[in-house]
Ligand binder design. Sequence first.
Ligand code: SF4
Length: 205
Amino acid sequence: MMTKSVQTTIENLKRNGFDVRYHETEAEAKAAILADIGQEESVGFGGSMTLNDMEIYEALKERGTPVTWAWKLSPGDDRLDLQKQSAIADIFLTSTNAITEDGSFVNIDGTGNRIAGMLFGHKRVLIVSGTNKIVRTHEEAILRIKNVASPANAKRLGKKTPCATTGKCMNCDSPDRICKATLTIDRQPGGNPITLHLIQGSYGY
Ligand code: SF4
């Protein structure tokens, strides 16, 4: 059942110009996302545990849709080349670190390819997120990212940062710091139409 917070968030995202599709289950969301992508449209991926767990890349590849994702390196692949190909794909498919109730997307990147792809360069951007990413304010979004998403990512990547061991942000100056660029998208950008596929429940981090 949709909570008041989710309802408010969807209303405000739509008011800010974003397209929003709400799904009660992962299976429903996966079917809708695959249907939302044309067979011949090229798809570039931004790093996302949600998409990885949902095996969207595998489903698209299996049906013959051209896909590129730097997380899916084959022998001989160059990570930077895959990131560049993703940057010019028809569709950029990614998740988000946080969604605010007033209708914005907040993300922090280490490399920058994910937030660059969310902002410009594609026919369309599809963001896939669980309702667990919804927070009340921009301040809470930053707190969520620095104390939930970034520590989990730093740990996953084996980074030597304080958050990787304590689970809390120390606003480090570590050479391994993964928080290097912050992007807030608070209105529908001019050249990169964004659709959010919002799934009830907890996905990714
Ligand atoms: S600033 Fe440093 S300690 Fe804080 S979340 Fe980012 S990587 Fe971790």
